[in-house]
Design a protein around this ligand. Sequence first.
Ligand SMILES: [Zn+2]
Length: 265
Amino acid sequence: MKKMLLATLLGANLFAFNTVNGASNNSYQMKGKVVKAYTQSGFGRRGVEWLFMDVKTNKGIEKVGIAPTFIISNLPIKEGDIVEVLHAYAKERGDFIDLVLGKYGRIIINPEGVEIRINRKFIADVEDGETVEIRGAVVKILSDTLFLYLCPNCKKRVVEIDGVYNCPVCGDVEPDEILRLNFIVDDGTGTMLCRAYDRRVEKLLKMNREELKNLTMEMVEDEILGEEFVLYGNVREENDELIMIVRRVSYVDVEKEIKILEEMG
Ligand SMILES: [Zn+2]
């Protein structure tokens, strides 16, 4: 894995002007996995835009402000990277930490020998109430439609007659449109019923919402049956069966999978 010293990459002097008064901790360290890298405006005296990362550490998700975008326009940190922050000045600002690297601080991206354990399991070992990651192939589609039209008041399914949507309780309504897919995943140890909503369905089928409206369920099956995914979500029991409510869909990264399988023994 490539090792990169961000401070070296950018030149430590770049941070020098960004002095922190009364830094609460001048030797801040953290280690974790980047779940999101993004910019957000409205920070600092002039409401400047900042680069942020949300890092999953053993203390939970930490939101880290790194630098204003007028200093670094493009940060070589992406979702899934492991980052290690060393010798930084840290200043608490409400619910996030403003991180200043200064002269000795470093952000190391993908350091060797650091791996954050995700709760990856074989389907046969997954239990009720767990939040886990599984990897498997889609073997069956259970939904008979991708889009559900629900009454905005009582959440019952509405019936469409000539372009007018009618709720059995509330009468004619403008329905909420929900994109939903129920499917079965098999990883060789067992099968898991999975339910995905909205952008997760778009990611599974590699199409946007509008494109999905042109698909018949046969076309959905052609797209997805046999395809392998890494799915992360909450598992609970529903009608005597475990079901995963999918929170994140990832495509299979073979190199990563080899490492995970080695760790799982
Ligand atoms: Zn209703």
